[in-house]
Design a protein around this ligand. Structure first.
Ligand code: GLN
Length: 267
């Protein structure tokens, strides 16, 4: 089968078809594009057909390829973890601006946030926690692949860091409300529920984290959390009632209020 025929028969978006075909052949996307008349080896054609079928069934490209780039780092991903999103890079930027020496990443998943911070601040001590052992296996693999020494711990939120304090706590916890119609659309259908859904209003995990954070922050330390559309007022109120000042919200590139945070009051 020729490249052009395979691409046309895949019945998925052309850009995604090229990406999957390149993966199946071991060619670059540019070379797939440049040589539509090239004859595909049978194994590549059948590998591509299998990937295209998974994509037609809705499976995210990142899970089919087993990787996704985040903040310039190519990361291994699997259905055990949320797929890193471009808007989460805002959280990394805000974290880096604060030049922390010690960082805690809550719910690290494949390690995206923790590894991005460690890459830019190699002298920082970065601890990354996840309640999923399968997620930690991926995070460990990603840390090793990029030679970034982060400290991975298994447990729910602050459980694995009892008695420790950090300059900065960051997290992209689950924040989607149970029953949100968004859960039945696109990539999220394939992502782990535990990484997405947090109670009837989506704020259950954020409430847990904000409520406990002061016990794990150094004086003047910052808490920065990603949240969903329309949650900023609730998150800011929580921060205000849990001992934080300098409370602020930052928009992502789409203009959606995406991260809120504050500094622990030093009284
Ligand atoms: N941003 C994700 C979504 O809306 C949710 C991620 C999360 O819950 N942390 O699909």
């Amino acid at each position: 089968m020729k490249v052009a025929t395979a691409l046309a028969s895949a019945a998925i978006e052309p850009r995604e078809a090229r990406l999957l075909l390149a993966e199946a052949c071991g060619f670059s996307e540019a070379s797939v594009l440049a040589h539509p008349e090239r004859e595909l080896p049978a194994a590549a054609a059948s590998g591509f057909a299998a990937m295209a079928a998974r994509r037609r069934a809705g499976e995210p490209i990142a899970y089919i390829l087993g990787r996704r780039e985040f903040y310039g780092l190519m990361l291994a991903v699997s259905p055990a973890v949320l797929i890193p999103r471009p808007e989460t890079e805002l959280l990394v930027e805000l974290a880096l601006e604060r030049r922390p020496s010690t960082v805690l990443d809550l719910g690290t998943g494949c390690g995206a946030i923790a590894l991005a911070i460690k890459q830019v601040l190699p002298q920082a001590r970065v601890v990354a926690v996840d309640a999923s052992a399968a997620a930690l296996v991926l995070a460990q693999r990603n840390a090793a692949r990029h030679s970034l020494a982060i400290d991975l711990r298994h447990g729910l939120w602050f459980a694995p860091v009892a008695g420790e304090r950090f300059d900065l706590i960051v997290g992209n916890p689950p924040y989607v409300a149970e029953g949100d119609p968004h859960l039945a659309q696109g990539d999220v259908r394939f992502e782990p529920r535990a990484a997405l859904v947090a109670g009837p209003d989506g704020l259950e995990s954020i409430r847990d984290i904000v409520g406990q954070a002061k016990n794990f922050l150094a004086p003047g330390g910052w808490l920065l959390l990603e949240h969903g559309l329309g949650q900023e007022t609730a998150v800011r109120q929580l921060l205000a009632s849990c001992g934080f000042d300098a409370i602020a919200t930052w928009p992502d590139l789409a203009g959606i209020a995406r991260v809120s945070g504050g500094r622990l009051k030093s009284d």
